[in-house]
Design a protein around this ligand. Structure first.
Ligand code: PGA
Length: 257
């Protein structure tokens, strides 16, 4: 991690925990963070399901924990059954939004172009996007990792200049590591993160590349988080399974400083 970039430890709860469970769990997290001997310096973000956002926001009140949504639409309003706009999330009090997660790409037809539209809408509504990219196992085996990341960055961030992307957070999540228990090695994570930072520098300038937080995601757990966070271009983690229990999530937050 780099001292100029505040680490981010984000929990992606996916389709887990309804209103009741969220309230109790967030209170447990707030209490757990307060009980730490040294104050936690990482930015802590949790991403509950849409129906539990309001209850999560209530429960984090007065604590440093921030609340994210897991998606938003590119239009402000309209005939888009099942979708939610960035302004609607903003209205409920949400500050961050996860976009382009591989499960959205894999199961719900999300493309680089739709992610780009969602990103633009999120930024216009002053939501902090956590923009997810990453390669499939076949792409890695074929030596195409950098080509895939380059395409996802080029198309996903199209039309957004450095000023527009000032708050951007990128999550590198190799798809083969998500929910599989197979974590990228620190060397693999660092190589991908260095490539992403290099792409940002080349295409949006050194200032943005130097300040953008890059998170690793994919089977991050208490027992592997330290070595991942030790990579110079890793500024935190996007955590799925291990974010669902305080006994796993809290030590990971603590490991980030
Ligand atoms: P995982 O999920 O930590 O369960 O692998 C990460 C993610 O999907 O963001």
């Amino acid at each position: 991690m780099h001292p100029a970039r505040k680490p981010v430890m984000a929990g992606n709860w996916k389709m887990h925990k309804g209103i009741h469970e969220t309230g109790g769990f967030v209170r447990e997290l707030v209490h757990g963070l307060k009980a730490h001997q040294s104050p936690v310096t990482a930015e802590v973000v949790i991403a509950p399901v849409f129906t539990a956002l309001a209850v999560a926001l209530q429960a984090v009140w007065g604590s440093p924990i921030k609340v994210a949504a897991q998606n938003c639409h590119w239009e402000e309003a309209g005939a888009f059954t099942g979708e939610i706009s960035a302004a609607m999330l903003k209205e409920v009090g949400v500050g961050h939004v996860i976009l382009g997660h591989s499960e959205r790409r894999q199961y719900f037809g999300e493309t680089d172009a739709t992610v780009n539209g969602r990103l633009k809408a999120a930024l216009a509504a002053h939501l902090v996007p956590i923009f997810c990219i990453g390669e499939l196992i076949d792409q890695r085996r074929a030596g195409e990792t950098e080509r895939v990341l380059e395409r996802q960055l080029t198309d996903g961030l199209a039309g957004l200049d450095a000023a527009a992307l000032a708050t951007l957070i990128v999550a590198y999540e190799p798809v083969w590591a998500i929910g599989t228990g197979e974590v990228a090695t620190p060397e693999q994570a660092q190589a991908a993160h260095a490539f992403i930072r290099g792409w940002l520098e080349k295409n949006r300038g050194a200032a943005l590349a130097g300040t953008t937080r890059l998170l690793y995601g994919g089977s991050a757990k208490p027992d592997n988080v330290a070595e991942i966070l030790a990579c110079p271009d890793v500024d935190g983690c996007l955590i799925g399974g291990a974010s669902l229990k305080a006994e796993n999530f809290l030590p990971m937050v603590e490991a980030a400083g």
